[in-house]
Design a protein around this ligand. Sequence first.
Ligand SMILES: [Mg+2]
Length: 375
Amino acid sequence: MEITNVETAVLGSAVEAASLPAQVGARELDISSVVVRVHTDEGITGFGESFYRSEENNKFLAESIDAMSRHIVGKDPQDVKAIWHELYLHVKRAGAYGALSAIDEALWDIKGKDAGKPLYQLLGGQTNEVKAYATFPADKTAEELIDYADWLSEKGFQAMKIGAGFGVEEDRHRIKTIMNNIPDDFGLAIDANTSYSYNDAAKVAKTASEYEVEWFEEPISHTDLDGQAELNRKFTVPISGYQTHTPHYPALDHLKARSLDIYQPSVDYVGGITGAMRVAGLVEAFDKELVPHALGPAINYAASLHVAAASRQCRLIEFAVLDDDLEDPGTYIAGQYIENQDAIHVDDGGTIDPPEEPGLGVRIDEDVFEEYRVD
Ligand SMILES: [Mg+2]
């Protein structure tokens, strides 16, 4: 089989912007994306997807993919690992990890479609039932979040993740208020997106430990490995991260330093399925947990589900609930251009399975896809 050409499309967001109030400088979040289609001489087309969180940035991402396509046209798409390493030579200087990831996903999609099997089977098969936790980035008060926690718990979600980094007193108030009022079998996780100093993070970690918060994500700068290790050692709340790590190599340093208990690579950024499965292998060797960061568009989300299913130390995955007024919060709304929308869905027990069709298992609805195109 031979790759004949590579097409990209920049898509507008399928969801309204949600707020991420914990960031240094509040910012809006949308789920616009770049879809890559890798065509072959045997008529099989693979899909991949990444996103840089704005339409303007995504145009840069699409250009990066186009620039890299000259390295893969004419090659056998089955040679995923060899192609990954050739692209990595370019990416480690140019920094276009989203481009590498999207192309890698498309190659795995081709492999699966050619084999007639869902991707997780090619990755070694399903190892665990994977449950979903709900990331709920809406801008709500602690008191309002109590009702939303009940809503998400009834659906079967295992936990709710909210932004942190509002300041020590406000974060402590939010933890206490929510933890004192949510169902016993439902957890709360907090994510500061690297915004705290060590001293302030330690104060929040103390309260989070007392109230048995599920995890404290990216409390401080990701460059302060010793600080993370100290937080992880001093407090019982598990420290987690790092959605911005590229590719799998930084994982080894963080695991050796015991700086986190939960690793959260982004399939769309860590180097695609190849990169994420390598992180999974390292996480297993250190007996930690893998909980993929997956706050993205639908094709990439399907890729993340296959990685989760095939990773032995993964029992939980992120699921973005990006609208507070949904009839069913287990419906994935960040990818309206997918024809088989039902393939991505949290069931009433909180379980989420990877799509069963060959490859990544998602089909594009060409008409809707064209509506979302902004390039
Ligand atoms: Mg995060």
